[in-house]
Design a protein around this ligand. Structure first.
Ligand code: EPZ
Length: 420
């Protein structure tokens, strides 16, 4: 099993190129199921979750290739609509095949994704919406058995809660449905916006892109002509590197980013004393004399992203004073607290609030990654901790960060990937 060894404290310097967004690439790859011809997608991050989804599509009979961050998927040879447990359990976003498979083939069996470290992660809102669109949904032996023999029909969907993959599933289901679907309380994440933009360019008339109310005129079962496109930059990877610059109080520049997508994080870093300059596709963070504490409440986009909560908590260990972190989206997204505390952090927990008292001197330790973003928080803490940190179970990291040790090394970090 691989682990990362990081020696600190270590200042960073230079420039790092941000990869394509994992959480945009995943729904965009399942879009291939709606396409008449093979689709070609560039700037696809070479991360485990993407490789897992490509494997799932291949298991369904699709032909896929993935080299140099460019993926092509041809679903004309799909001969199965069963997404089985052994793949879905590895990557819950496999649930994104549900809407496309059902709307194209009229039936599918997709394993229930099950929970994960950060929470129960139900999909009840996905299923309820598909039933309103005319699907018959059964749950049997851990599988969603969905049928819509005459295809799905456009409907008015109101999501009780804002759900990113729920919105994406229904947008894709609606794209081939008969009639118009209106989704209210839809997610506004940039990844959802790019999915809508690609569909719109492929002849599916969509109104309200980027708003909470999206109207989709279905093609009535006609497959789409989807032109080649490139995945947007990963705003969470970018935010993680911004926090790496902040926690080591260094000057670094991020290239190939979309600053607009990081407004809530940049505003927080400004309030902590960091000077941040931007161009159209780059962000530079500069050191500050004293890192001030700051409070956050995680919210759906454009609020402070839950996927940046753990990384921000690591930074708050170096801030002067008490920082209150309120996790509003997931019921168990504080798994990183115990590991940060073992490195010397002073954090008090209640049910969904963590109060971080700083600045505290962190010291290197053997720590264990528990989920994707928690593991990146441990990397950030290790960069500023005195001594050597070894981070174990980094398969969590490999799910969502492309070449993390290579990128951090190029910024001057003392980081090595070793095997136990
Ligand atoms: C997406 O997950 C992201 N994953 C997550 O990123 C991210 O943390 C999350 O959105 C929130 O931004 C991908 O895009 C692949 P939700 P998703 O449905 O869609 C509740 C990462 O680190 N809910 O928006 O699964 C749910 O329990 C990952 O890259 C229901 O109750 O999240 C949660 O409390 C981690 N019923 C809230 O909604 C449902 O049917 C938001 O979940 C669906 C969701």
């Amino acid at each position: 099993m691989d682990f990362l060894e990081i020696k600190g404290p270590q200042k960073l310097h230079g420039k790092v190129a941000i990869s394509g967004a994992k959480n945009a690439a995943l729904p965009l790859l399942t879009l291939a199921l709606l396409s008449r011809r093979p689709i070609k997608i560039d700037n696809v991050p070479n991360v485990a979750d993407v490789r897992t989804l490509l494997q799932l599509l291949e298991n369904l009979g699709a032909v896929q290739s993935f080299t140099e961050n460019s993926a092509t998927v041809d679903t004309n040879s799909v001969n199965s609509t069963c997404a089985n447990y052994d793949i879905v359990r590895k990557m819950r976003a496999s649930i994104l095949t549900l809407g496309p498979l059902l709307t194209r083939f009229g039936h599918c069996e997709v394993s229930l994704p099950g929970g994960c470290a950060i929470g129960q992660r139900p999909i009840d809102l996905h299923l309820k919406a598909l039933e309103i669109m005319g699907a018959n949904i059964d749950i049997r032996q851990g599988y969603v058995i969905a049928t819509a023999p005459n295809g799905l029909k456009g409907a008015n969907i109101v999501f009780d809660k804002i759900t990113v993959t729920g919105s994406e599933n229904i947008i894709m289901a609606a794209a081939l449905a008969h009639g118009t679907t209106v989704i209210s309380n839809a997610a506004k994440e940039p990844e959802v916006v790019q999915l809508c933009e690609i569909l719109n360019k492929s002849g599916v008339e969509i109104k309200g892109i980027g708003s909470a109310e999206i109207e989709i005129k279905g093609s009535g079962g006609r497959l789409l002509d989807i032109a080649d496109f490139s995945v947007i930059a990963d705003r969470i990877e970018a935010g993680t590197y911004l926090c790496a610059g902040a926690i080591t109080n260094s000057e670094i520049t991020l290239a190939n980013v979309i600053p607009e997508h990081l407004k809530s994080l940049i505003s927080k870093l400004n309030s902590m004393g960091f000077e941040i300059s931007k161009t159209q596709n780059s962000i530079t963070i500069k050191p500050c004399k004293k890192i001030l504490s700051a409070d956050i409440e995680t919210l759906e986009y454009p609020g402070f992203p839950t996927d940046m909560q753990a990384q921000f908590m690591a930074l708050c260990t170096q801030a002067d004073g008490a920082s209150v972190i309120d996790e509003r989206l997931f019921e168990n997204r504080f798994m990183h607290v115990s590991e940060l505390s073992r490195m010397g952090a002073n954090i008090k927990l209640t049910s969904h609030t963590a109060t971080v008292y700083g600045p505290t001197k962190l010291t290197g330790a053997d720590v264990m990654a528990t989920d994707l973003r928690a593991s990146s928080a441990l990397v950030l803490a290790a960069l500023v901790a005195e001594g050597t940190t070894r981070i174990h179970r980094i398969y969590h990291l490999d799910r969502g960060y492309e070449n993390l040790e290579g990128k951090l090394s190029s910024l001057g970090a003392k980081i090595k990937r070793l095997s136990e």
